[in-house]
Design a protein around this ligand. Structure first.
Ligand code: TZP
Ligand code: MG
Length: 219
């Protein structure tokens, strides 16, 4: 139904984001220094999601993250700050739907940046599909303490339902995913598995990252 009704023409086109293969383990981090820890392990997709800096300090984090991501040829998505992402030529931008009113989607596409969009409910999936981003994220899959949201967790079943509905997008699962839940998420054949706390609050983030990357490859 969605594909039939929402296939609207748009005047911009976002590049694909799977030229390096599936998005894989997708850490979401708040400082550029995480890239220097995680990218040498082979992580190929990462998001810089800074919520507590502004001005020069924020821009500096973005500049540093872009530079580290380029060194490791990794796909760096910048959360929210699409102008800075364009200015410093990040690989892509990740936006929530509340960001869409302010974001210049044509400018992002024209600059050659990829776009990842969050979806939390059926209506948001439909709206996101009309924009034709480079990937779609579905969350929260499980309960999360990392972000306040009104939505009930989807669980694996709803994730798979949406993947079935729009099978041509790379899908990213996010929300409450940890080492224990990782295998059932990977089994859905989702393109990317994003997480904040399971990596950034782990006793040994490098070890957890390596374990999950191996699980993804064998999934
Ligand atoms: N969007 C949906 S769930 C979420 C975001 C940013 C938080 C994910 O954090 P965690 O710690 O992996 O549950
Ligand atoms: Mg946002």
């Amino acid at each position: 139904l969605l594909t039939a009704t929402m296939d609207e023409p748009v005047s911009y086109q976002f590049p694909a984001c799977t030229e390096l293969g599936e998005l894989g383990l997708y850490p979401v981090v708040d400082r550029a220094s995480w890239l220097e820890r995680l990218l040498p392990l082979g992580v190929t997709t990462i998001q810089l999601r800074v919520k507590d800096l502004t001005g020069d300090a924020l821009e500096q984090e973005i500049v540093e993250a872009v530079s580290i991501a380029k060194k490791y040829a990794a796909r760096l998505f910048i959360n929210d700050y699409w102008q800075l992402a364009i200015k410093h030529q990040a690989y892509g931008v990740h936006l929530g739907q509340e960001d869409l009113a302010e974001a210049d989607l044509s400018a992002i596409a024209q600059a050659g940046l990829r776009l990842g969009l969050s979806t939390h409910c059926y209506y948001e999936v439909a709206r996101a599909h009309a924009i034709k981003p480079s990937y779609l994220a579905c969350g929260p899959v499980y309960h999360t303490d990392s972000k306040d949201m009104p939505w009930i967790p989807h669980g694996i079943d709803n994730l798979m339902k949406w993947m079935d509905l729009l099978p041509d997008y790379p899908w990213v699962a996010i929300g409450g995913i940890n080492l224990e839940r990782f295998p059932e998420v990977v089994q859905t054949k989702v393109s990317g598995v994003a997480m904040i706390s399971a990596i950034t609050q782990a006793d040994d983030p490098e070890a957890v990252t390596k374990t999950m990357m191996a699980m993804f490859d064998h999934g």
